[in-house]
Design a protein around this ligand. Structure first.
Ligand SMILES: Cc1ncc(COP(=O)(O)O)c(C=O)c1O
Length: 367
């Protein structure tokens, strides 16, 4: 029986990639902001309709450097319902994460619960547009403005999404997007910071290159976050295929919705006015009381048939050994995140997932 995984990477045709490799071999520019790196930065800025893109070797280093570039200190309010990198980036900046519960509708940080977590040490809010669903950006910005906080979005999941007529990457002081192989658009490993002003872009670019500004000047303790030329070339080839890949994802999602959205006790992602969804993930929430089967039972039933769904995001970051002792990490303080994390299951989702496989997956889910 063939295995079906939660995702399958989108690759450019090999024959389109080879001429790029030949050029790299000819010019011997392998890394350090080479021509393909610079072309991809410009191409992505145009594709997203944003001002500045700074490419990185991966999204995690981009998150770490983003916090450093914003000069974030003290406490950072964030969501426990995310991938470990979100909170680890705070830890690596020697700051304290403060977990805020999530909203039951969007699975994003609940803006009504942010203010009570603010202390004199708070300098930044680090929310996640989980599964590509926009955060309550206006409310978050209003709070940030009142208290003088930075807003840095972990936008790892939002490739290609526009909301209210502009890229979802255009909100807050900075946004990070991931180009990992499991994402909608990939450079195998990779990521970017999206900034709104030239001074910030310059600072980010120094920090991703050890802090080096010129041969004699190192402006700060930067890291090595550079994207190499092979990764950038892969991205340039793949970018041309993205419109089609996004269309295909929409078709797969529609097929899932047709079968699952009416099932009692199953909750799919909701349509949101003004949002073009990228369908980067297809999470369902299984309400055990109404559905008569638990999330874990559905997961096991799929696994028996070699279908590997994933419990993104379980366990909560606030329950990891590193963070569970923090005052904000108590399970009783994060009831919605606890409940969501115990009932969520991400079903296989990728552009060329055949319709008959979607039907089979739905059949197993529905029992
Ligand atoms: C929400 C979120 N933040 C951060 C990351 C880290 O990105 P990367 O894998 O590119 O380091 C990921 C995924 O990998 C993610 O899903």
């Amino acid at each position: 029986m063939k295995s079906i995984y939660v995702t399958s990477p989108t690759l450019p045709p090999l024959e389109e990639f080879i001429p790029y490799l030949k050029e790299i071999w000819d010019n011997k520019r392998l890394t350090n902001m080479g021509p393909f790196h610079n072309q991809l930065e410009a191409a992505l800025a145009e594709y997203f309709g944003v001002k500045y893109v700074s490419l990185f070797c991966n999204g995690t280093v981009a998150l770490q450097i983003g916090l450093q570039a914003l000069k974030v200190t003290g406490e950072v309010i964030t969501t426990p319902f995310s991938f470990p990198a979100t909170t680890h980036s705070i830890y690596w900046n020697r700051c304290a994460p403060v977990f805020c519960d999530i909203d039951a509708e969007t699975y994003n940080i609940d803006p009504r619960k942010i203010e009570s977590l603010i202390t004199p040490e708070t300098t930044c809010i680090l929310p996640v547009h989980t599964y590509g669903t926009p955060c309550a950006v206006d409310e978050i910005q209003r709070i940030a403005d009142i208290y003088g906080l930075k807003v840095f979005y972990d936008a790892a999941h939002v490739f290609g999404e526009t909301w209210r007529g502009k890229s979802l990457l255009g909100y807050g002081d900075l946004s990070m997007i991931s180009f990992h192989a499991t994402k909608v658009f990939s450079t195998i490993e990779g990521g970017a910071l999206i900034s709104n002003d030239a001074v910030m872009k310059k600072r980010i670019d120094y920090l991703k290159n050890f802090g080096i500004a010129d041969e004699l000047t190192v402006v700060g303790p930067g890291s090595n976050g550079k994207m190499n030329e092979v990764q950038a070339a892969f991205g340039l080839c793949l970018l041309r295929r993205m419109d089609k890949a996004l269309e295909q994802r929409k078709d797969v999602a529609q097929r899932y919705m047709d079968r699952l959205s009416g099932a009692k006790g199953i909750r799919c992602l909701q349509e949101i006015d003004g949002l073009t969804r990228n369908w980067s993930y297809f999470p369902i929430l299984v309400n055990e009381a109404l559905f008569a089967r638990s999330r874990n039972a559905v997961y096991d039933a799929l696994k028996k048939q070699n279908i590997h769904a994933r419990k993104y995001f379980y366990p909560l970051i606030s329950n990891f050994p590193t963070y569970r002792g923090l005052p904000s990490a108590g399970r009783e303080k994060l009831p919605v995140a606890e409940k969501t994390s115990k009932s969520v299951l991400c079903l296989p989702m990728y552009p060329d997932l055949p319709g008959e496989d979607v039907e089979r997956i739905c059949g197993i889910v529905l029992g």
